[in-house]
Design a protein around this ligand. Sequence first.
Ligand code: PLP
Length: 393
Amino acid sequence: MDNHVMNTYSRFDLTLVSGHGPWVTDDKGDEYLDFVSGIAVNCLGHAAPAIVKTIEEQAKKLIHVSNLYWNEPQIQLAGMLAERSGLDRVFFNNSGTEANETALKIARKYGYVKGSGSKNKIICMHDSFHGRSMGALTVTSQEKYRAPFRPLIGEVYDAVFNDLDSVRALMDENVCAVILEPVQGESGILPATAEFMAGVRELCDQYDALLIFDEVQCGMGRSGQLFAYQTYGVLPDICTTAKALGGGFPIGAVIANDRAAEHFVPGDHGCTFGGNPLACACGVTVMEELFDNGVLDNVNAMSAYLFEKLEALKASYPEKINLVRGMGLLVGVQMKEGYKSGVQAGALANKLLLAGAGNEVIRFLPPLNVTKEEIDAAVARFEAAVAAAEKAE
Ligand SMILES: Cc1ncc(COP(=O)(O)O)c(C=O)c1O
């Protein structure tokens, strides 16, 4: 078949046509157990009845009106996110990248108002991932992503994740923001330490800089709390979210406290599709499922079960599995060098979808309403792949 899609992804040779819960079916009729969930997006599984119902009902009422007017789902979702996050105000857009781009602009505006023209430095962390637009890419401290696209935006400085001294060395009164993922996702599911989170908060307070937590991957219940920072008891000034927020429907959001948001005023930013009633209605449904229908409790119960099973597997295959780490249902299995690609291919052959990450890690990202039986099935398929994997030369 002629294919005119631009060649920007390395894809598996698999065309998916339908799904239900954690299962997807390809165009040949083969069924796969999907522990990728659209990369931490489909938090309620495929064709989730609550999301399907919301989309049907809301589409019949109103899909889009622009931000020249108010719409009810937008106000409702903003209220729910503010109440549950401990922050005050929400700006909606369509993706994680856009949410981070917005957060960087809020920070620059804050510095512009507070500083004497030079409070514009932003500190980010090595091995971070915040998206591919020019601002989000600049704070993504991985050379393989940055190199072909220089010059990037200015005044961005790289610190070392979980190394408070490296942040302290870069801090001064010209810093307007520090951005970090409480659990680094793309580079291998690496949680921040409690000392690092608390220490960066303190430094931001000391130098009047905004603390931005990117919770695009680890947020919306995946960590076992609505936002991973709630596990640490450290509140940011700005939190970005997307991926699971719409249960599969595209939506992103920036949640900020009044201190950060008050200077972001008409004319500073905009987003045509941002906060449309259809996307926001999906967000409301996700919040209801998390808090009113037991999904968040399920994350914590199933997390303990998945970790237990994967730790047992590690004990059985110490020559192939290095460690298991993560938080909630954001779980990484770090393979010993040379095994990752073989295990991933083996998982696919065993009809299990798993995502890779940096640093030899394979990610488990099941839907947040996953059951014990589905975890059993996934771990059995994963074990078959691990058992068969040969070390690549
Ligand atoms: C932590 C984090 N931030 C930002 C992004 C970019 O989000 P999006 O692909 O929705 O633009 C991602 C995507 O993987 C992510 O994991």
